[in-house]
Design a protein around this ligand. Structure first.
Ligand code: BDR
Ligand code: CA
Length: 311
């Protein structure tokens, strides 16, 4: 039985690839896509999510717009990483055919959780604003969430501030609330997503697929490579977000350890830092599965297979 899944995202190049994996891998069933402001405004992220589903030929999965700003802070977008559209690279001369859902993300999340016969996994690949709001407004629905698997945080250093990863930094109050909620939580942070590098070999595998969709994937990853090279000097860019989807598809692809995680929301220099107590210095009980190691070959094979299957 495929694992029922909602993907809450801010596409974003790596979110786009996470969407394609969630759409096409037979181990999961994508029930809904919800968007959140982060890499770009929520308007642009929502158009981008619709674009990805349109390219994949998906017409039966709602795309619902979520929060346009963090819980309490001003939005900081990542146009330096993802460009003016949030998904720069290939140019499209038509609007995506998949429409935006008339319902807001919160309503779609509530509806999916209420109606699905078994608990649903939420994969979040952006700031946790929508999820924090959901948990705060609908505590009775938490048993209907199988787990929350998040691309965010880091066991070591950050990528937007010395100690903060971008999804944690954008809305640390939301991340703090979700981590403390008691809902089963898995964190796929930079320490593991930096093992998912789009090397030339990987790019060549996508080129060999030979379909128009695969070509677009190559163009997205090539744009992403250019900003990672320019901003951080990476030779190959890390494709963060599909790691969280891969963890759901096959837990063996992403090895995790149990640890206590807290999110710093107050620090003057450390806002958005994830303090991951890998060695139990604090004595606090573990509240998360923390990803530490990626099976690169299995990971890339799953994504290449997904894009191939979409034709
Ligand atoms: C995260 O930030 C965004 O730029 C990416 O889409 C990813 O979710 C990596 O820090
Ligand atoms: Ca993202």
């Amino acid at each position: 039985m495929a694992i029922p899944l909602v993907l809450d995202c801010d596409p974003g190049h790596d979110d786009a690839m996470a969407l394609l994996l969630a759409i096409a891998d037979p181990a999961v069933e994508l029930l809904a896509v919800t968007t959140v402001a982060g890499n770009q405004t929520v308007d642009k992220c929502t158009v981008n999510a619709r674009r990805v589903l349109s390219l994949a030929g998906v017409t039966d999965v709602p795309v619902a717009r979520g929060a346009d700003r963090p819980l309490v802070r001003r939005l900081r977008i990542a146009d330096d990483v993802h460009g003016q559209t949030g998904l720069d690279g290939p140019l499209f001369d038509t609007e995506p055919t998949v429409p935006e859902s008339p319902s807001a993300a919160q309503d779609v999340l509530i509806d999916v959780l209420q109606k699905h016969s078994t608990p649903v996994t939420i994969v979040a690949t952006g700031a946790l604003t929508n999820i924090a709001r959901l948990l705060a407004s609908e505590p009775a629905l938490t048993p209907k969430i199988a787990e929350i698997v998040w691309m965010g945080g880091s066991t070591d250093r950050g990528n937007i501030a010395p100690l903060a990863e971008a999804n944690a930094y954008v809305d640390p109050e939301a991340a703090d609330q979700v981590v403390r909620s008691g809902v089963p939580f898995t964190m796929c942070g930079l320490n593991v997503t930096h093992q998912a590098l789009v090397t030339d070999d990987v790019l060549a595998r996508f080129e060999r697929i030979g379909t128009p969709l695969a070509r677009i994937c190559v163009e997205w990853m090539t744009f992403f490579a250019s900003t990672y090279r320019q901003l951080w000097g990476f030779e190959a860019p890390p494709l963060h977000d599909p790691v969280a989807v891969a963890r759901v598809i096959d837990p063996a692809i992403v090895r995790c350890v149990e640890a206590n995680v807290v999110v710093e929301a107050k620090g003057e220099w450390t806002s958005g830092a994830t303090a991951v107590d890998l060695f139990n210095y604090t004595g606090r009980a573990p509240n998360a599965q923390v990803a530490v190691e990626l099976d690169r070959e299995a990971f890339w094979t799953r994504i290449v297979d997904a894009v191939t299957a979409l034709g």
